[in-house]
Design a protein around this ligand. Structure first.
Ligand code: G3I
Length: 376
């Protein structure tokens, strides 16, 4: 069945429930071994994962795992500007069509990641954005995306990672968008999206907002100030995406600090989605059981704080299995243990996702499953 036909067929059910904020099929009791999405749906929340359709199509065990555990998918790469418009005006939706088809055919919601991100601007666009009428490029791209997926995707990261500390008083990242269009580019992008998708939920997505560190305190403060400015200006912002790339080298999570930050966002009338949870390990020298226990403990600490906030509507992990993750063990990580692995052994991969390389649930999976039971 073509993407168009599939889209029409499942359109009504997916959109209706997504806009209502409840996950499709919410409330269905499952057998003892409930999936993560079933557990989250009992508190009216969703559970999802970032996917690359090429990997899911190739690996049947991954395919079954994402279909079983998730009721929401985020395109890890396929929807990004430099993925869909590799040359001016010529759009290639092959990968995103396949992903959207897979989601709709399996009644899964989609999270639109991401429209404006300083790291996914097509090379050909960088200079053209500065020319007179440069915004036309943004409009054309938004129009191409919303006209094709506006009916299938109800929630969008319109702007990704707008905050950067240490440069401007307002904390705005000096991106090509800020330089070309000024400080109002964020509100302008939100209005552009609202015009093209009147029903959709529009979000700003950001990282580095979790830990009790000076720089992350500053990021939380500057991010909140940005949200307040947008709300005061009446910009069509519905929610916030918190990436939550946790890091075991970053020290403690403070329930007070993080809890208050989430409440401050909720008090602005914005809902919250945890959009890219994973855990960067630190002590790769430890036995796997201890490594997995630390990853699970950090996940549980974070989710116990985050899921206590009723404005949090759902959780997406940035991948489901350690087999596919942007988190790699770096040379620096290995250099910290010059004497280790001389016997030819190695630490394997970063173990920062719920399922191991063979799709078996890890302690992190259990931590997420147990946290899911938290009432909203
Ligand atoms: O698909 C091509 C492959 O054909 C080619 O052989 C290979 C080597 O160049 O590149 C592959 O494309 C890579 C793509 O991931 C698919 O794996 C791109 O080079 C690489 O840049 C891209 O990285 C993605 C990155 O965003 C940039 O888009 C990561 O997978 C993805 O995890 C990462 O995700 C970001 C979020 O969007 C925003 N928050 C942080 C997060 C992690 O950086």
């Amino acid at each position: 069945m073509s993407y168009e036909a599939t889209r029409r067929q499942v359109l009504s059910s997916a959109i209706a429930s997504t806009i209502a904020g409840a996950a499709p099929g919410a409330g269905h009791a499952h057998a003892a071994e409930e999936s993560l999405s079933a557990r989250f749906s009992r508190s009216g929340r969703f559970f999802g994962s970032a996917i690359q359709i090429e990997e899911v199509s190739r690996e049947h065990d991954l395919r079954s795992a994402v279909l079983r555990e998730c009721d929401s998918f985020t395109p890890e790469v396929a929807l990004k500007w430099n993925s869909v418009e590799r040359s001016p005006g010529s759009f290639d939706f092959t990968s995103m069509d396949a992903l959207a088809n897979f989601a709709l055919a399996n009644k899964k919601r989609l999270h639109g990641h991401t429209l404006l991100w300083h790291k996914s601007v097509p090379q050909w666009a960088t200079s053209l954005l500065f020319e007179k009428g440069g915004w036309k490029l943004v409009h054309r791209y938004f129009q191409a995306i919303f006209s094709r997926y506006g009916h299938a995707i109800a929630q969008w990261d319109v702007v990704n990672e707008p905050i950067e500390t240490g440069y401007r008083m307002d904390g705005l990242r000096g991106s090509v968008f800020l330089q070309a269009f000024g400080v109002d580019y964020i509100a302008r992008a939100l209005w552009e999206a609202r015009g093209l998708a009147p029903e959709a939920k529009l979000l700003i997505n950001e990282f580095g907002l979790e830990y009790d560190l000076r720089v992350e305190h500053d990021r939380r403060y500057l991010f909140l100030k940005l949200l307040e400015r947008l709300r005061n200006a009446g910009a069509p912002l519905d929610g916030v995406g918190l990436q939550a790339h946790l890091d075991l080298a970053k020290g403690g999570l403070s329930a007070d600090v993080l809890g208050r930050f989430l409440k401050d966002i909720a008090d602005l009338g914005l809902f919250i989605v945890i959009t890219e949870l994973d855990v960067k390990e630190h002590e790769y020298i430890l036995p796997v059981e201890q490594r997995d226990a630390r990853v699970a403990d950090e996940t549980r600490r974070y989710l116990d704080i985050a899921l206590a906030q009723p404005a949090v509507r759902g959780l997406t992990t940035w991948g489901l299995s350690d087999r596919h993750s942007w988190l790699q063990i770096t040379k620096d990580d290995l250099a910290r243990y010059p004497e280790a692995w001389k016997d030819g052994s190695n630490p394997g991969v970063n173990r920062g996702l719920p399922l191991d390389y063979s799709m078996n649930p890890k302690p992190m999976y259990r931590a997420i499953a147990e946290s899911a039971g938290r009432r909203r």
